[in-house]
Design a protein. Structure first.
Length: 386
């Protein structure tokens, strides 16, 4: 019952998290695998199966080309199994390929030129980025967005902004050379720059001023888990100063690309700080954490909030799959790069060892993320007094 209490107090709260989670994850996984599938078909490769989920099949059907489309019991991913694959991770099956007829070999994945195999593998993450751009751009095009001037209304006592010399009335023009158009633009840069020195140009009563500020590190535990961010200590204009701005299709697409690029940049920034010891790995989340976030977003933001979460998760899954880890798409691309340079594939033994190492790494990462989720869930339950 403790877990159910953490999800909302009862079984309804539990399903209120699980159903949004499955909705979000299924769409992101479907788009990812569809990228592999469409490019594979375009390259003339046969497809044995397209599965959403792993494990035993729940329901499915065969299309006219013999592909089995199915929904499987473990809804934590999916796969496309091409002709010649030993499994859904596109590990080649040399014995099966050796037994194939010439017609079968012509449509098998392992016998395709390296450029085609690389295109098929890269298509999954690329599809995730396209989905994110489309969601961000569509939301901006349909709804517009509220924008507030990057003007300082008040400076909090003892804050990083006070130490840097900010004054009420300052209008922020740029940060480290990047133009700042709105208060939200400034917040996004500052939130990812805790402890970093920022060169900030402001307009002060018509005079250009250059200030140097180091945002303070703030740590908060929210319903989404532990969250660390940078803060200057500036109060911006009140809600009445916000203006709804509508954009055309081209500008919406541009902003969608910029939003996606920002998520990618923030992710790499976190990874870089994690590698250098300036960030903690306790912010990594697994399925339990994503389910909690999905349920909270659905409760607060409804379908619109979940669609926004789809874009964020799509970028994350696209990036994760591009990491050069055997078993992931990026690991396959790494093997293909070696093959292109050497003129022949790596030995079967080398690939087998690589896939085993990749599997071990992915499993350890999943277990670590699940442990973080359990710790965050326990802390959340403690705060609620359960």
């Amino acid at each position: 019952m403790e877990f159910l209490n953490g999800m909302g107090g009862n079984a309804a709260g539990f399903f209120g998290a699980v159903i949004p989670f499955l909705f979000v994850l299924t769409i992101v996984v479907f788009v990812h695998e569809m990228g592999h599938f469409l490019v594979g078909r375009w390259c003339g490769v046969g497809v044995h199966a397209f599965s959403i989920g792993f494990g035993p099949e729940l329901i499915g059907f065969n299309d006219r080309r013999g592909t089995r489309w199915k929904l499987s019991a473990i809804p934590l991913g999916g796969y496309v199994k091409f002709v010649g694959d030993a499994n859904g991770a596109s590990v080649p099956d040399p014995e099966a390929v050796a037994r194939m007829t010439p017609q079968e070999r012509a449509v098998s994945f392992p016998t395709q030129p390296v450029a085609k195999r690389a295109a098929i593998v890269a298509a999954g993450p690329i599809a995730n980025f396209i989905l994110a751009i489309a969601v961000f751009a569509g939301a901006i095009y349909l709804n517009g967005r509220y924008e507030t001037p990057a003007r300082v209304e008040a400076v909090q006592a003892g804050s990083a902004a006070e130490r840097a010399g900010f004054q009420p009335g300052d209008v922020i023009q740029s940060i480290d050379g990047t133009p700042v158009g709105t208060f939200a633009d400034m917040q996004r840069v500052v939130s990812s720059s805790a402890g970093s020195s920022l060169t900030i140009k402001v307009d002060r009563a018509g005079q250009a001023q250059t200030l140097t500020a180091v945002p303070d590190m703030i740590e908060e535990r929210t319903s989404f888990g532990k969250h660390r961010f940078g803060r200057l200590g500036i109060n911006g204009p009140n809600a009445g100063a916000a203006k709804l701005v509508h954009y055309g299709a081209f500008d919406s697409l541009r902003l969608g690309v910029e939003e996606t690029a920002f998520v990618v940049e923030r992710t790499f920034d976190y990874i870089g700080k994690l590698a250098t010891g300036r960030e903690s790995a306790d912010q990594l989340s697994g399925p339990i954490g994503i389910a909690r976030v999905s349920g909270e977003v659905a409760r607060v933001g409804g379908v619109g909030g979940l669609i926004g979460l789809i874009a964020l998760l799509s970028v994350s899954i696209g990036l994760l799959n591009l990491f050069p880890i055997p078993l992931l798409d990026g690991g396959h691309l790494l093997f293909y790069a070696f093959e292109a340079v050497r003129g022949r594939p790596l030995s079967e033994r080398a690939q087998e060892i690589g896939f085993r190492i990749g599997l071990a790494f992915v499993l350890m990462l999943m277990l670590f993320a699940a442990w973080n989720d359990i710790l965050n869930l326990g802390a959340s339950l403690s705060q609620r007094g359960t």
